[in-house]
Design a protein around this ligand. Structure first.
Ligand code: HEM
Length: 460
């Protein structure tokens, strides 16, 4: 085994696309299933499973491989006891164009070494200060929302969370040139990521996003010497001071790559999570009232306007609501890996070097596992029901195994802190008969960004 672990020759092999014996097809010439992927990922995955079973052919822009679904397969792939599945080779032709060397794109022992860079930044004491920062920025921003006509949540929450990320991850304050640079770069980079034509034609979204990526990396590189000497409590400062087992600092290039991926991993996922929580609470006013009351009771009993780090587990309804919104609208619907050797999944032998797509959400609305599966019902996660425990890899919004989301706790904190403040300030609703297109790619959210009618309850 240990010989196999150190052998990285799998990285030199091309993708295996000789998959004739598997059911399904590779879709349209050149683009494969890309149109369905962007327009209706949920429908595509459901149809594939219904028609072809748990394993079937799939093709995204020439990335030919297999779609593999089911809790047993997820467990085997994510826990990966024999080190059969490579993240780096899975993500090579997509995320790697922006995040080569990011922690999600590292394999095995190298991944283990590199993941240590995060350890100080996620300790309890820094987390306490992040909670304070989040609460302050959120409070200022949401107070201003009451004066906005035709309020649409998406651009505002995105701005609030990117502002929070700049401060907590990089120590950059709103209103500074450094903030403006980083803020614009991340908007440009994220906007271009889902481009179908990935050629740097001047002025195109793709070209802008690649230029932004380069500038983000330059920005982090420039900051490293000063951050290493500083006593700052942002992620970049922690990363510059973290050491590997041999006592050396992580290299500047590693720090840059981890920072760039971190801001990406933290940002859109949490933005989507908050949007979908509010979307569901707007559609389900009885739940909105129940959570408002739970938050008010807690606020009154403890005399608090915002949650502190030690309060975060106290209101079970907040946790269950976030999870239920993730079940219906998963922030990360899909992952990808590549086999290193022949493996057996769902009773089928999958050849070496085959890309496999894992639709995490495939069974999140399946009546076999969930009662009234389409219904928003946070209590399904509560004591006595705990439907998510039907299989340990049935519900995996934060993934599992070695690459399980390192920011899960941070993300939950952010959603809970936001909701606690927002729901006590505003009663919110959507237009009568609101039934938007619920997109999944590039971000799961109502496609119109969620227009909300805000009714102020408490005054600023
Ligand atoms: C609702 C919010 C979030 C969701 C649903 C989410 C989900 C996930 C999932 C599913 C993975 C595993 C992907 C895979 O195995 O291919 C992952 C990895 C990761 N997430 Fe999150 N995430 C969220 C927020 C965050 C936040 C706030 C941070 C940082 C503060 C973060 C940092 C990361 C990192 C660094 C990884 C890679 C870990 C590794 O490869 O070792 N995520 N996330």
């Amino acid at each position: 085994m240990s010989k196999a672990l150190q052998d990285t020759s799998y990285k030199l092999e091309p993708d295996n696309t000789s998959l004739d014996r598997f059911p399904g097809n590779f879709g349209l010439p050149i683009i494969g299933h890309m149109i369905e992927f962007v327009k209706d990922l949920r429908g595509l995955v459901t149809r594939q499973i219904e028609k072809h079973g748990a394993v079937s052919k799939i093709n995204f822009m020439g990335n030919k491989g297999l779609l593999v679904a089911g809790p047993d397969a997820m467990q085997k792939i994510l826990l990966d006891p024999n080190r059969d599945f490579s993240n780096e080779m899975g993500f090579k032709n997509n995320l790697a164009k922006f995040f080569e060397g990011g922690i999600l794109l590292r394999d095995f022992d190298e991944h283990k070494v590199q993941r240590r860079i995060f350890q100080s930044a996620f300790k309890n004491d820094p987390m306490r200060t992040y909670v304070q920062t989040m609460n302050e920025i959120m409070s200022d921003d949401m107070d201003a929302w009451q004066d906005i006509e035709n309020f649409v949540l998406f651009p505002h929450i995105k701005k609030t969370l990117l502002t929070t990320a700049c401060k907590i991850f990089v120590g950059v304050e709103r209103g500074t040139p450094a903030f403006d640079r980083l803020y614009k770069d991340y908007i440009d980079m994220l906007e271009g990521m889902a481009s179908i034509i990935q050629i740097e034609i001047p002025g195109s979204k793709w070209a802008k996003s690649q230029a932004a990526r380069r500038d983000i990396n330059d920005f982090f590189r420039e900051q490293i010497p000063a951050k290493r000497k500083s006593g700052d409590h942002d992620f970049l400062s922690f990363f510059t001071k973290e050491k590997m087992d041999n006592g050396d600092y992580f290299s500047d290039e590693d720090i840059v790559k981890h920072m760039n991926f971190l801001v990406f991993a933290a940002h859109d996922t949490t933005t989507a999570s908050i949007i979908n929580v509010l979307y569901q609470l707007a559609l389900n006013p009885e739940w909105q009232e129940r959570i408002r009351q739970s938050c008010k009771d807690f606020a009154t009993e403890h005399n608090k306007e915002a949650l502190s780090y030690d309060d975060l587990e106290e209101i079970a309804d907040l946790e269950h609501t976030m999870l239920e919104a993730q079940r219906l609208h998963p922030s990360v619907p899909l992952a990808v890996r590549r086999t290193i050797r022949e493996v057996e999944l769902e009773g089928q032998k999958i050849p070496a070097h085959t890309k496999i797509w894992l639709p995490y959400f495939a069974y999140y609305r399946c009546s076999k596992w969930w009662t009234n599966a389409e219904k928003f019902d946070p209590d399904r996660f509560g004591p006595g029901r705990e439907e998510h425990k039907g299989h340990s890899f049935l519900f995996i919004p934060f993934g599992g195994g070695a690459h399980k989301c390192i920011g899960m706790h941070f993300a939950k904190i952010q959603v809970k802190c936001f909701l606690f403040q927002f729901i006590q300030r505003y009663r919110f609703s959507v237009p009568e008969g609101y039934a938007p297109w619920e997109m999944l790619i590039p971000m799961p959210k109502p496609a119109d960004g969620l227009p909300l009618k805000l009714e102020r309850i408490t005054q600023a």
